[in-house]
Design a protein around this ligand. Structure first.
Ligand SMILES: [Zn+2]
Length: 313
């Protein structure tokens, strides 16, 4: 059994069709006596509403999910929650196609009501829940970006923007020294963005207590000079990642003794393993890696600068 976006799946028996039904299809409630003479439509609607309420109460007790489309239409989604159909799993790996996700990771049409019928409190909690989930899994507009020229003399066509924050990262603006960064400073190639996200996810999975990573500048939309802060960062292949702090604050460190060196070295190692072409780290950081890849460089005491190889390079 499966369900797709935009598809409405109704119970088999619909009482408002005035059928003489001995056992209306309200699973879990059992047969209900229905007069053989069709009552007025208003009474039918009332009974359907009451039955729907009872059914929802029962489903909640049974820890099952129901979606209320209207008082008279109930759509059972228990199978969807436990669904393992190819349609469900296939959509999980397609971020651009989703607006937001529910806890099961399955896509749900926008505007769909989850759980109890609408009410002031539940409507507010639904909004908070939706906002939290959108934040946890932000939509990314993936583009087939083209990196042009050199990191210090180049541009970026059709860049992909890293969302301001997500489950494993926040962004930091080095000009204002605050979270988040400006969107226009967070464009990279698709490969750059995917690698940052995958390294961040693996790092957080390996260190569940570690704070989210703090991502600084990548490139401008369209690339080109970022003369307020950088010589490079021009073609979507450079990204700054601030070293994790011992106090877990989501901001750039400003002193060496604030840096969690163990977690910082782990991040360096992960970017090396992910195919970084070069990683610049400050002389005083003590961070290490393969010669020619991890390179001590002035001005990188509080962040690492990872450079990814050009496509095909
Ligand atoms: Zn940099």
């Amino acid at each position: 059994m499966s369900w797709r976006r935009g598809e409405v799946w109704l119970d088999a028996d619909m009482l408002w069709f005035r059928e003489a039904v001995a056992a209306p299809a309200f699973p879990g409630i059992g047969p209900r006596a229905i007069p053989s003479l069709a009552p007025p439509p208003g009474l039918v609607a009332s009974r359907v509403r009451r039955a729907a309420w009872e059914r929802r109460r029962h489903l909640r007790r049974a820890r099952t999910t129901a979606v209320a489309l209207s008082p008279a239409v109930v759509l059972a989604l228990a199978a969807l929650r436990s669904g393992s159909g190819p349609e469900a799993s296939g959509m999980l790996d397609d971020p651009p196609s989703l607006t937001f996700r529910v806890g099961t990771g399955l896509p749900v049409a926008e505007g769909t009501t989850i759980g109890p019928p609408p009410g002031r409190e539940t409507a507010a909690s639904r909004r908070r829940e939706s906002a939290a989930k959108a934040k946890a899994a932000p939509t990314i507009g993936w583009h087939h970006s083209i990196s042009i020229g050199l990191p210090w003399s180049g541009s970026l066509a059709d860049g992909t923007q890293l969302p301001l924050e997500g489950p494993d990262w926040v962004t930091w603006n080095p000009v204002t020294d605050s979270v988040p960064n400006a969107r226009k400073r967070l464009y990279g190639t698709q490969h750059t963005i995917r690698t940052i996200l995958s390294v961040a996810a693996a790092y957080r999975a390996a260190h569940p207590d570690a704070p989210r990573i703090v991502v600084g500048d990548i490139s401008r939309e369209g690339g080109g000079p970022m003369t307020d802060e950088h010589v490079s960062h021009q073609n979507g292949l450079d990204a700054d990642i601030y070293f994790p702090r011992l106090d877990h604050r989501l901001e750039a460190p400003v002193a060496h003794d604030q840096i969690d060196r163990r977690l910082s070295q782990d991040l360096v190692d992960r970017f090396v393993a992910a195919g970084a072409q070069m990683i610049f780290v400050g002389y005083g950081t003590g961070l290490q890696g393969p010669s020619g890849v991890v390179i001590p460089y002035a001005g990188h005491d509080y962040h690492l600068h990872v450079r990814f190889p050009p496509p095909g390079g």
